[in-house]
Design a protein around this ligand. Structure first.
Ligand code: 3HC
Length: 699
């Protein structure tokens, strides 16, 4: 087997090459190989300097994340980095692709860094619930200053080579061949008599920091990092960089890194990292399935949803036709799109020229004939089967052969929609989440007859428009809404049991949800939920089921859009409403719902376990391919915090036996209707397995 790290000498320059595809991660053989190569360099009397370079598409992209669940094996990365830094002869890192995490830490252990202009460098560990644990928290502040280093490590965002050069983590940008440029840089060091330059020996610039710097910094990131464990640990490491010796601060970094690595947060975030790559792999749709070109898109329906969908394509340069029935509706739709773009322009996130270019790609139309050449048509009209069928018959007549006909339905049967066309193999569900130009989730719903080509093209298209595409099968509500309904059901039930909605929401928020279930219901529109419940053929036989939604809708309280729903709205501020409390009390009395004392723990337990049980049914029915796909749906589409890893990962973390025990507890109180453990959940709990293990066993 070829060595993953090789050593050769070209004249006076030692060239040490890492070759560990796909991303040159620092797995044990790479660490051991680096230790061996740098030992050889130290002993090589002919070598005056070394260049560390990588084969393949990138410089080292970090530690090997798959190793974090196993015991650490020597040599551990900080030891290797110190060995490199301790070299008596200069070492130059030659960077292309992405030098991330342990990759940048290794480069910072080298004495100099050169990079091609397209390279990116960064410490993204925070997105895995970790901190840069191989001296990165100590080196980056020394090289680019405390504030810049904190910003880079807390956001996890990489910087391009030019920014790296300006800030001081890159010494030179190489034009042309990287190895030749790096060798020339090393030779010049030798010619100028320059030796090693060790980052650890640089003094952290603490003098220029205001006395309250760290307290203020904590405040400035509090909102964006709410609930996450790692950001605070990163700040503690930088405080150590400022106040302790290098050696003591590295020991502190190591201690805090271990805490992060063992945390449930990091396990959940690492789970999502792999889930987000696994989700693109569809068992029966091979990687080489031919793709249809998508050069022209049409969106049917210029409401908020249709407009948001159109923006996604315009944003990546694909022309879109926006079709409406009346000129008035069309004008309104275009005006909404325009105002959606104006927001980012005002905030400086987009230039006026970029906005104009996007607007120019969206063409309004009233005629079906105009969409005849569209490669992909997405219907985003009213959520009623009769109307959807009408639209699809018209599309079947108007669209060219081979066009993909997609519905943005959030609940309805794609097969029934496909059946009113003569080309059900070209029909698919593309369920965008509101606001469609912002939310990263796209549920891709394959019908019984959808062709593999259409599935593969839709998955690729999701990537093009920067969405996380999750392939699911047909059922009422698909994965997201089907699991969201039991969550809302429990929130609604607890309201009837006398728990104030604002308390339920604040407990869910404290647990990490971006918004509580009642706030979300008001945002989505109670009228929408009411209508969905009405269309639902298998709605539970329970008069209390989401009863307050019906009551409030009857009173014209549709949520945020009417200024009143479960809450009353002062601007966007939700205010508890005594009128709703009185209505709820009266309804509970009429339905004879017992009033209960409900603890915070029970609030979370009922919300989550109701969802998890539905998730188990969904998995068993094959609606979702694997439990991690469900997790992606909730972290990308429903505001679940990444540090919980999604509902199914959360269940695995709790232990499925505990989940079943909770189901039994509520079954004893409420009966079988909602609280009978799904057969798959019961089976896995009994055999001591997790959803993740079960999903992996089906691969
Ligand atoms: N460890 C293990 N596997 C990794 C990996 C890593 N650090 N980075 C990527 N991979 C795997 C992916 O899982 C994927 O595997 P698959 O083909 O079997 O699905 C394969 O490599 C290719 O990855 P991508 O599909 O993501 O390829 P892209 O070209 O789209 O992106 C990348 C490349 C930008 C490097 C991206 O993979 C990435 O962001 N990787 C993670 C970078 C990172 O977070 N580094 C820090 C790690 S933690 C650390 O270093 C701790 C240290 O401080 C001690």
């Amino acid at each position: 087997m070829a060595e993953v790290v090789s050593y050769r000498r070209e004249g006076k320059i030692a060239v040490i090459t890492v070759d560990n595809p796909p991303v040159n991660a620092l797995s044990l053989p790479v660490r051991a190989g680096l230790a061996k190569a740098f030992t050889e360099f130290a002993a090589d009397a002919e070598a005056g300097a070394a260049v560390l370079i990588c084969a393949g598409r990138t410089f080292i992209a970090g530690a090997d994340i798959t190793e974090f669940d196993k015991p650490i094996e020597d040599p551990w990365l900080p030891k290797v980095i110190h060995q490199i830094e301790d070299c008596a002869k200069p070492v130059v890192a030659a960077i292309h692709g992405t030098a991330l995490g342990g990759g940048l830490e290794t480069a910072m252990g080298c004495h100099y860094r050169v990079a091609v202009a397209t390279a990116q460098v960064g410490l993204p560990e925070v997105s895995l619930g970790l901190l840069p644990g191989a001296t990165g928290t100590q080196r980056l502040p020394r090289l680019i200053g405390v504030k810049n280093a904190l910003d880079a490590m807390i956001s996890g965002r990489p910087m391009n080579a030019k920014a790296g050069l300006d800030k001081g983590v890159i010494d030179q940008i190489v034009d042309g061949d990287l190895l030749a440029g790096a060798k020339a840089f090393a030779e010049k060091l030798l010619a100028d008599g320059k030796g090693p330059r060790r980052a650890r020996e640089i003094k952290v610039d603490a003098a220029s920091l205001p006395a309250d710097f760290f307290a203020e910094y904590r405040k400035s990131i509090a909102r964006d990092t709410r609930g996450f464990f790692a950001p605070e640990q990163i700040i503690k490491c930088v405080e150590a960089a400022v106040s302790l010796s290098y050696e003591d601060a590295v020991a502190r970094e190591n201690e805090l890194f271990m805490q992060c690595m063992k945390s449930t947060h990091s396990k959940a975030q690492r789970h999502l990292f792999f889930a987000e790559r696994e989700v693109a792999k569809i068992p029966d749709v091979p990687k080489d399935t031919p793709l249809r070109p998508i050069k022209q898109v049409a969106v049917i329906g210029g409401g908020t949803m249709g407009g948001g969908i159109a923006m996604n394509f315009a944003n990546v340069g694909i022309p879109v036709l926006l079709k409406e029935i009346t000129q008035e509706a069309l004008d309104r739709g275009m005006a909404i799109i325009r105002s959606n773009y104006e927001g980012p322009v005002k905030k400086g996130k987009m230039t006026q020229a970029q906005m104009d270019a996007c607007m120019a790609l969206i063409t309004p139309t009233l005629k079906y004939e105009d969409i005849a050449n569209a490669d992909l048509v997405i219907e985003a009209v009213f959520e009623t089967m009769a109307i959807k069928k009408e639209v699809f018959s018209a599309l079947d007549a108007a669209c060219k052969p081979g066009a993909i006909l997609a519905s943005n339905t959030s609940t309805l049967d794609i097969d029934a929609i496909a059946a009113c066309t003569k080309r059900p193999e070209d029909v698919i569900g593309l369920h965008f989440f509101a606001p469609a130009n912002v939310m990263s989730l796209l549920e891709i719903v394959r019908g019984a007859k959808t062709s593999k080509e259409v599935i593969a093209t839709s998955m690729a298209m999701a990537k093009t428009i920067r969405k996380m595409g999750v392939l699911v099968r047909v059922c009422f509500g698909f994965v997201g809404n089907r699991m969201f309904f039991p969550y809302v059901r429990e929130a609604q039930r607890m309201m009837l049991e006398g728990v104030p909605p604002e308390r339920i929401d604040s407990v869910a928020f404290a647990w990490g949800m971006a918004m509580g279930p009642h706030g979300v219901s008001d945002l989505s529109g109670l009228d929408v939920l009411h209508k969905v419940n009405k269309e639902w053929q298998e709605k539970p036989d329970d008069p209390a089921y989401c009863r307050m939604i019906d009551v409030l809708v009857e009173k014209g309280r549709y949520g945020q859009k009417t200024g009143a729903g479960i809450y009353r709205y002062e601007g966007r501020n939700a205010v508890p409403d005594p009128e709703v409390a009185a209505l709820t009390k009266a309804e509970a009395a009429a339905l004879k719902v017992p009033q209960l004392e409900v603890s915070d723990e029970e609030i979370i337990e009922r919300l989550m376990i109701a969802m998890i049980n539905e998730g188990a049914l969904i998995l068993d029915e094959g609606i979702a391919y694997r439990s991690s796909d469900i997790d992606i749906v909730f972290c990308h589409g429903y505001g679940m915090p990444r540090y919980r890893g999604g509902p199914m990962m959360y269940a695995d973390t709790l232990g499925l036996d505990k989940v079943v025990a909770a189901m039994e507890k509520y079954r004893a109180r409420y009966g079988d209707l909602y609280w009978k453990a799904a057969p798959l959940l019961a089976k896995l709990a009994q055999s001591g397995q997790t959803f993740a293990q079960w999903s992996a066993s089906k691969r």
